[in-house]
Design a binder for this molecule. Structure first.
Ligand SMILES: Cc1cc2nc3c(=O)[nH]c(=O)nc-3n(C[C@H](O)[C@H](O)[C@H](O)COP(=O)(O)O)c2cc1C
Length: 432
C-alpha cells in the first residue's frame, strides 16, 4: 500500500530550447512582460509553490553561428521577478543566477531585495556553468576549472549567508565576514533581515559534486530525472546524503522538470503528444541534434534517411553554450540500435530518443500518475515545463489541479505567506 503524500508544484517559464513549440500559433513573446505575467498569474491561480526562471548568459552557437533554431534572447531574471512581485501575492519567485560569474555580496543584496519586495517569496537557483565560452562574457574569462565550480558555489552561498545573517534578530546591523579561497570579504550590510531570512536555495547540477552541494546547502533540487525509475534512484541517492550534514530528508525537496500533455481521451492525448514531438523536432532540429552527437557537419544528410554509418568524431564540440556531448559513442550506439529495431529515419530516431514528454493522458490519468510518483518517492513535486508560452499551463491548472485537490495531495489554499512555508520548510534562524 502506498502512503498519501502531498506534492509541490512550480511553473518553469520556458528558456530558449525546443521543448517549447515556438511555431505554434498560440506562442507569444519570450521577452514581453505580458508573457511572464500570464504564466505567473496562471501558476498563482493554481496555488503553485513557485514560478521559475532559467538563465542563459550567452547565446548558443552551432558550427560557429548563433543557434537560430531557437528563439534567442531573454531578459535578466531578478528584474523580471521584482516586476512579478507587484502583480502576484503568494507565488514564490525563483531566479537561476550563476555563482561562477557573480560576487556574493551583490547576489546577497539582490536576493534580499526581492525577498523584501515580495514579502518573503524569493528563491535562488544556484548554477555553476563555468564553461569558458560563457566566461568570455565576463572579466575573468574561463578562469575557473570545472573541478572548482562547486567549491566556489559553496563559498558564494556561505558568504551570501554571512551577509544575510549579519543583522541581529533585534534589527540592528552587525559586521559580516567571510574568508576563504575564493572570497575574502567583510563589512556591513545595508538591508535588514528579509522576511525569509535568506531566499530558498535551489540546486540543479547532477554530478556527484552537484548532489553533495545540494545535500549540504539546498532546499530544493531541480532535476532532469523525471521517469519513475530514474527518479526513485536519484531521490534515494540524494536523500541519503543529507544525514552527513545533520539534515533530515524532508529538508530538501526533489522536483524534476516534467512536461504534461492532456487530452479528453487517452488516444487524443497520445495523438497530441505525437504532434508536439513532431513540431519540437523539425527536420533541421533533427539534423542539429545528430551533429551535436556525431561532432561532424552532417548538413548533406537527409533527415528522412538513415543515420550515419561512421562513429562520432572523438572530442569534437560543434555546439557552444550547452552541456557537453557526454559519451557520444554510447549515445550513437543507442540511437543506431533504436533506429534498427524500429526501422526509424534520422528525424524519427531523434524524436524517439530525445523528446521530453513525461505525463500523457486524460486529466484523471495525469493526476493519478503524478500522485503515484510522489507516493513512490520518485519526487516531492514537479517543475512543469509548458510546451507553449505563455498559455501552456492554463489547461493543467483548470483541469488537473482540481483533481489533485480532490485526491487530497495538493493544497486548496495558500496557508502561509512565504515560499518557505509553501514548501513546508521551517523558518530560518541566523545560525541555520
Ligand atoms: C534541470 C537542470 C536545469 C538547469 N538550468 C540551468 C540554467 O537555467 N542555467 C544555467 O546556467 N545552468 C543550468 N543548469 C546547469 C547546472 O547548473 C550545472 O552547471 C550543470 O548541470 C553542470 O553541473 P553538474 O556537472 O553538477 O551537472 C541546469 C541543470 C539541470 C540539471
Amino acid at each position: 500500500m502506498t502512503v498519501r503524500r502531498t506534492m509541490h508544484l512550480a511553473a518553469h517559464f520556458p528558456g530558449v530550447n525546443n521543448t517549447t513549440v515556438w511555431t505554434d500559433p498560440r506562442s507569444g513573446s519570450q521577452i514581453d512582460f505580458s508573457s511572464f505575467e500570464h504564466l505567473a498569474r496562471t501558476a498563482e491561480r493554481g496555488l503553485f509553490d513557485f514560478f521559475f526562471l532559467a538563465e542563459g548568459l550567452r547565446l548558443r552557437e552551432h558550427k560557429g553561428r548563433i543557434h537560430d533554431l531557437d528563439v534567442v534572447g531573454r531578459p535578466e531574471s531578478l528584474t523580471v521577478l521584482n516586476a512579478l512581485a507587484a502583480v502576484t501575492e503568494r507565488l514564490g519567485l525563483a531566479a537561476t543566477v550563476n555563482a561562477t560569474f557573480n560576487e556574493p555580496f551583490e547576489l546577497a543584496r539582490r536576493f534580499a531585495t526581492l525577498d523584501h519586495l515580495s514579502g518573503g517569496r524569493a528563491a535562488w537557483n544556484v548554477v555553476t556553468s563555468s564553461d569558458a565560452f560563457t566566461g568570455e562574457n565576463f572579466r575573468r574569462g574561463g578562469f575557473l576549472d570545472r573541478a572548482d565550480r562547486y567549491t566556489r558555489a559553496a563559498e558564494a552561498v556561505a558568504a551570501a549567508r554571512a551577509v544575510w545573517d549579519s543583522w541581529t534578530p533585534g534589527g540592528e546591523p552587525g559586521p559580516f565576514a567571510h574568508r576563504g579561497d575564493h572570497f575574502d570579504i567583510a563589512g556591513e550590510f545595508g538591508l535588514p533581515r528579509s522576511p525569509q531570512g535568506r531566499p530558498v536555495l535551489i540546486q540543479a547540477g547532477d554530478s556527484d559534486e552537484g548532489r553533495e552541494f545540494a545535500a549540504s546547502a539546498a532546499d530544493v533540487i531541480f532535476t532532469r530525472h523525471g521517469t519513475l525509475e530514474a527518479g526513485r534512484a536519484f531521490y534515494a541517492d540524494v536523500k541519503r546524503r543529507l544525514a552527513a550534514y545533520g539534515r533530515r530528508p524532508e529538508e530538501l525537496k526533489i522536483m524534476p522538470g516534467v512536461t504534461v500533455v492532456l487530452g479528453d481521451t487517452p488516444a487524443e492525448a497520445r495523438e497530441r503528444a505525437a504532434e508536439i514531438r513532431r513540431r519540437q523536432i523539425s527536420p533541421a532540429t533533427a539534423l542539429l541534434a545528430l551533429e551535436q552527437v556525431w561532432g561532424a557537419d552532417l548538413s548533406g544528410y537527409d533527415p528522412d534517411g538513415p543515420l550515419p554509418g561512421f562513429d562520432p568524431v572523438p572530442g569534437a564540440q560543434l555546439t557552444q553554450g550547452r552541456a557537453g556531448r557526454g559519451d557520444a559513442l554510447a549515445t550513437a550506439e543507442k540511437w543506431r540500435a533504436l533506429a534498427q529495431e524500429k526501422g526509424l529515419s534520422i528525424r524519427q530516431t531523434v524524436i524517439e530518443a530525445s523528446a521530453r514528454q513525461s505525463f500523457i493522458g486524460t486529466p484523471e490519468e495525469v493526476a493519478a500518475e503524478l500522485t503515484d510518483f510522489v507516493a513512490r518517492e520518485a519526487a516531492d513535486g514537479f517543475i512543469l515545463v509548458p510546451q507553449v508560452t505563455p498559455g501552456g499551463l492554463d489547461d493543467f491548472v483548470d483541469r488537473v489541479v482540481p483533481l489533485l485537490q480532490e485526491r487530497g495531495v495538493f493544497r486548496t489554499a495558500y496557508e502561509g505567506g512565504t515560499l518557505r512555508s509553501h514548501l513546508g520548510l521551517a523558518p530560518t534562524a541566523p545560525t541555520d
